[in-house]
Design a protein around this ligand. Structure first.
Ligand SMILES: NC(=O)c1ccc[n+]([C@@H]2O[C@H](COP(=O)([O-])OP(=O)(O)OC[C@H]3O[C@@H](n4cnc5c(N)ncnc54)[C@H](OP(=O)(O)O)[C@@H]3O)[C@@H](O)[C@H]2O)c1
Length: 251
């Protein structure tokens, strides 16, 4: 089960954090993984780590927020590989400022990165996936969509939008054998969250309202991605798979 041999996968923002762990997981299941980020050195280092663990990977450097770059990236996948089977829209910009601190321009800029890029990449990926009548698109949401947090209005909106887009695309692309799902992570101890992880008071608060009583370890996201990308998830579409140690469930 969960064999991805022969599949080509693009994971955006996979130089570190959850994106890296999902890329490594897909490669471990046999997929050839395109590791994306804006910084060539970061992407190359991630590729080396995946190769050292026995996986197949290469770097695909582009900024998901830039229309010409994302279209060129998908075109390069078509010419180099002739296929794209799995797309994980993982890039997610944070803006944890409060309601009064965010201008309309700030708000739009975040939506461009988190939401518009996911739509455009999914649309272009689907053109390649349709040829084989098989595809997997996975959008990275966040608990910030389901829970009312006090900060980050644009981030929460982008993740809510991604979940709506997931259901819409699942419906539109289902007839072509393409499934579209989202993963909603809770609180993970990634590099980006290092400051939060170091904050003991915050840790205690989060642990007290998480069923498993701890931060998620970054590698604990990989299984959800491999499952949703696999043949075994062929009849799962339009869903949000929450991976949060029981944070949303905890009252
Ligand atoms: N960590 C958590 O606890 C958590 C919780 C809920 C949801 N999430 C979601 O999970 C996803 C990953 O979060 P993360 O914290 O693991 O990773 P992250 O630290 O936010 O970033 C991962 C990678 O994204 C790349 N990146 C950023 N902007 C990019 C752009 N415009 N184009 C291409 N690459 C870009 C960065 O590489 P370069 O600098 O080289 O571009 C970086 O290596 C996000 O969507 C986030 O909202 C995370």
């Amino acid at each position: 089960m969960f064999d991805l041999t022969g599949k080509t996968a693009l994971v955006t923002g996979s130089g570190r954090g959850l994106g890296f762990e999902m890329a490594k997981g897909l490669a471990g299941a046999g997929a050839h993984v395109l590791v994306n980020g804006r910084d060539e050195g970061n992407a190359a280092a991630a590729v080396t780590r995946i190769q050292e663990s026995g996986g197949s990977a290469e770097a695909l450097v582009f900024d998901v927020a830039k229309e010409e770059q994302r279209l060129a990236a998908l075109a390069s996948i078509e010419s180099a590989h002739g296929r794209l089977d799995i797309l994980i829209n993982n890039v997610g910009m944070r803006d944890r400022r409060s309601v009064d601190e965010i201008s309309a321009d700030d708000y739009q800029a975040l939506l461009q990165v988190n939401l518009t890029s996911a739509f455009v990449l999914a649309r272009e990926a689907a053109k390649l996936m349709r040829r084989r009548q098989w595809g997997r698109i996975i959008n990275m949401s966040a608990l910030a969509s389901a829970l009312g947090l006090i900060h980050g209005p644009s981030y929460a909106s982008s993740k809510g939008g991604l979940e709506g887009l997931t259901r819409m695309l699942a419906t539109a692309l289902g007839p072509d054998g393409i499934t579209v799902n989202a993963i909603s992570p809770g609180f993970f101890a990634t590099e980006t969250n290092a400051e939060m992880v170091a904050d003991q008071a915050l840790g205690e608060k989060l642990h007290s309202r998480t069923a498993l009583g701890r931060w998620g370890a970054p590698h604990e996201i990989a299984g959800a991605a491999v499952f949703l990308a696999s043949e075994e998830a062929a009849y799962v579409t339009g869903q949000v798979l929450t991976v949060d140690g029981g944070c949303e469930a905890h009252f």
